[in-house]
Design a protein around this ligand. Structure first.
Ligand code: NAI
Length: 491
């Protein structure tokens, strides 16, 4: 019998279109499908109540349905206001066996083009398990696992607990971002209703599995300050995540976003990439592949030298600002492109960010200019804006400075996300199933599981792995079944 549940998506009528796309994606996600085959019967996630905050795309739909196939209950929100694919969200709510009239899938709270206030309401929704608790006759009312991307869901719990301990939510300081003021409002309303909601949720949480560099960075800071409330699995630093998704994923989805947004020819243009980490490497390679002349900036001498040895000019942004046609930020850092830099760009230069948050580019500075009448923002189409500047020139800003590969395109393709999400599933199984092995702190998956994820993707590409002979294994001092490298090996 179908149980009715609440959800918030753009249009359930898109479910059929979404289901077709999910079906095609499943064929490109051999890792997730192999995990369904391996664990579908034993259901290692039975009893897991997963609150998920990760871009609600077609690939994520395959992840969600894999978690469900392994026994989990799931509630989901997106981790970005522009990244949801409405047809994927609808299909997940309806589920593989449900109908638009009688949805039988998963409660999703996500649509493309949320306001920031709606975004945080949706994030709060994934923590409200009272319907599921009532249906199960249980006393819990929250999740026992988080699956996070960027750390917003984890932040909400930590801030909630902090304010419940203090007995009040502080007034926002003048320096606080508009977004954090919204978070404070959400938590103030929550505290008015319950004095210990987040404390109880935190106590039930077995852990969080975190998808991205920026979210992982936040987790290590919490751990360093002794503030981390539950164990965390750093999925990003599985080799089969950051050395694949961040690099090859962006190599695909950055040009996709540029094309869909502007259709500008990249060949012959000057492209500038801020940051030569994993994402920056993929971005720079893609732009060079299209024939752009690529310049890179770095603060780290090792990455700067890597960029130079890969054949890129390495420069400071301000030294070449007037030459740039396409400016990409990929640092995970704040304040990388200043208002001064923006004012120094060519007429109709494109500015776009692929780092997790929108503070890499001084969007607040641009908005300040608009507020005082010195600049004007014209919508060319959703997620593409021309900013007319006081210099008489304009710039094109994609996705309002937020992840353009997800805002202007549909994010990374299925095959690479199958690697990332196989790590997510294994991390959920580990943290949920073996809590005794993972005390409060930030962990990475054992290398043998990282190798397993890679292994699950070889056959689809026709890869024939060479087998280590017993004599060779002995010579190298490793097990023929792996792990093949020491933990300090960097790939
Ligand atoms: P990373 O740490 O490998 O690379 C970032 C690089 O930026 C580092 O080498 C650092 O030295 C450099 N950097 C920092 N400040 C800088 C500055 N002011 N100027 C120039 N360079 C600077 O991190 P990764 O994995 O490349 O991730 C970067 C960002 O992209 C993160 O926010 C991450 O969460 C996000 N991300 C986005 C994806 C997408 O689909 N758009 C996919 C994966 C990650």
């Amino acid at each position: 019998t179908a149980v009715s549940f609440s959800y918030r998506v753009a249009d359930l009528g898109l479910a059929e279109a979404g289901r077709h796309q999910i079906r095609l994606a499943e064929n490109e996600m051999p890792g997730l499908m192999a995990l369904r085959a391996e664990f579908g019967e034993s259901k290692p996630l039975a009893g897991a109540r997963i609150a998920g905050s990760l871009h609600m795309t077609v690939q994520t739909a395959v992840l969600i349905e894999t978690l469900v196939a392994l026994g989990a209950q799931v509630r989901w929100a997106s981790c970005n206001i522009f990244s949801t694919q409405n047809e994927a969200a609808a299909a997940v709510v309806v589920g593989p066996t449900g109908t638009v009239e009688q949805p039988a899938g998963v409660p999703v709270f996500a649509w493309k083009g949320e306001t920031l206030a709606e975004y945080w309401e949706c994030t709060e929704e994934i923590f409200d398990w009272s319907d599921e608790a009532t249906a199960a006759g249980e006393t819990w009312s929250g999740p026992n696992m988080i699956l996070d991307d960027g750390g917003d869901a984890t932040l909400l719990v930590h801030k909630g607990v902090e304010f419940e301990k203090a007995g009040r939510v502080p007034e926002a300081a003048d320096t606080e971002s508009a977004e954090f003021i919204i978070v404070l409002d959400v938590l103030r309303r929550s505290l008015d209703r319950s004095s210990d909601r987040w404390t109880r949720i935190a106590a039930d949480l077995r852990g969080v599995t975190e998808e991205t560099t920026t979210g992982v960075h936040r987790l290590y800071e919490l751990a360093r300050d002794g503030k981390l409330l539950f164990p965390a699995m750093n999925v990003n630093d599985s080799v089969t995540k950051s050395k694949f998704d961040n690099v090859y994923g962006i190599r695909h989805s950055l040009p996709d976003g540029l094309n869909r947004a502007t259709d500008v020819l990249m060949g012959g243009k000057v492209a500038f990439v801020c940051g030569y980490g994993d994402v920056g490497k993929g971005a720079a390679e893609a732009l060079r592949g299209q024939g752009a002349r690529v310049i890179v900036s770095e603060i780290d001498p090792i990455n700067a030298l890597q960029a130079a040895m890969d054949g890129f000019q390495v420069q400071r942004l301000e030294n070449v600002i007037g030459d740039i046609d396409i400016l990409i930020t990929a640092t995970g850092n704040a304040g990388v492109v200043s208002l001064d830099s923006i004012l120094g760009l060519k007429h109709l230069a494109i500015i776009a960010n692929v780092g997790h948050f929108d503070n890499e580019i001084d969007m607040a500075g641009l908005e300040g200019l608009a507020a005082s009448g010195q600049a004007e923002r014209i919508e060319i189409k959703p997620q593409v804006h021309e900013w007319r500047l006081p210099t008489g020139r304009s710039v094109l800003v994609l996705s309002e400075g937020r992840l353009m590969n997800l805002g202007n395109a549909t994010g990374h393709p299925s095959f690479v996300m199958s690697n990332s999400f196989s790590n997510q599933v294994l991390a959920q199984i580990e943290l949920f199933g073996s809590p005794e092995s993972y005390p409060v702190g930030v962990h990475v998956l054992p290398k043998i599981l990282d190798e397993k994820v890679a292994r699950l993707h070889l056959a689809a590409l026709g890869v024939q792995l060479t087998e280590l002979s017993p004599a060779q294994a002995d010579y190298l001092g490793i097990n023929p079944a792996g792990p093949y490298k020491p933990d300090h090996y960097r790939y």
